[in-house]
Design a protein around this ligand. Sequence first.
Ligand code: UD1
Length: 423
Amino acid sequence: MERFLVTGGSRLAGEVGVPGAKNSVLKLMAASLLAHGRTTLRAVPDILDVEVMADVLRALGAAVDRDLTRESLSIDVPARPGAAADSDIVRRIRASVVVLGPLVARCGEARVALPGGDAIGARALDMHVNGLTKLGAVVDVEAGTLVARSSGRLQGASIWLDFPSVGATENLMMAGALAKGTTVIDNAAREPEIADLCAMLTAMGAKLDGAGTSTLVIDGVDELRPTVHDTVADRIVAGTFAIGALMTGGDVLIRGGRADHLDIVLDKLTTAGATVDVRGDGFRVVADRPPRSIDVVTLPYPGFPTDLLPQTIALEAVSEGVSLITENVFDSRFVFCRELLKLGADLRTDGHHVVVRRTDRLVGAPVVASDVRAGAGLVLAGLVADGTTDVSEVHHIDRGYAGFVEQLRDLGANVRREPPAAR
Ligand code: UD1
């Protein structure tokens, strides 16, 4: 596995472009399955997860062609796509579970390997399963594979989600788009990526109302048509650079960044001492004094995004004062804290809270990226640590950040990608 060597001490300054959102494009790719013919997605980020999702679609019979120079992806979906997503591929990304809704709606059957072999009713996918069942599908687990079947067309229904799950909202709105009658999803997720998927489905001919609110109303149609769609900008990548600018006393223009998708984040960063200047083509973050601590609570959108939590904990490790951070969306986010401690951070976790105090200096050390956002947080910490931070397992970072090393270098950071360390 490759690693990143990050040598601290540089200030991030200049301009950086924001690619299309990972958390949107993977669902847009799944949505292409709803229509026969060629869908074109634009502003597609050059990340590993797009490759994996392309393989999922290929295994279902679609022809997927990527044009890296144009950042576009064309997906030609056959009249009768296959029902079974390849299990080895599917297990590599949890997001691939969103092919379930489109496939069962269009073909009457979908088979998707369970991520890590979860049982039905286990926390992770219960809302997906319960919602599809309400729409008339019969969902079972057969030999570690989630199988959804529908003898005729799915039937619109009212669905209340226990929690505004992003993936469940997406799966169910795609299924509802081709169901007979009206589907109402209440307590739906409101993330900008959901609104992006709604926009694409509408362009495909779906009848959807309430995009970006917690009640989605979908009048099912008989058929959808392929479309051309631009992926929304990645607010998590934009937020990562904004935090990096503040941590390093930098000045970064985040071109294409959607400040309106980062309201609470930019407000917090302003409280922490950054000056944020929103412009027509993005926003600029200037930090001309050391950061002050802020308290952060993660919540579904429009709350503070859990996907910026590790980066924020890294920021707090060098901010003046004491910060209380609360994670409400995922159980396992704080694995990252163990790695940050290796750099000398002063923090303590208790359940879903972490208290972070400013440390005089972080010192570079070997650390492991446990997931895509933890990896980004460790790279940011490395930018302000003395010496060199050796971040391994960077394939996780490649899953969600296109050309991260190059982008950071263009901003003046001392970062390079290296082959695996010799054992
Ligand atoms: C998506 C994002 C991820 C982000 C998360 C929350 C993608 C590819 N990933 O993940 O980066 O961190 O939203 O903003 O878009 N849950 C259940 N039962 C379910 C579904 C979810 O209990 O049926 C739980 C999950 O275990 C988790 C919480 O709900 O604790 C949120 O999950 P969800 O919003 O579904 O996240 P994802 O769609 O998996």
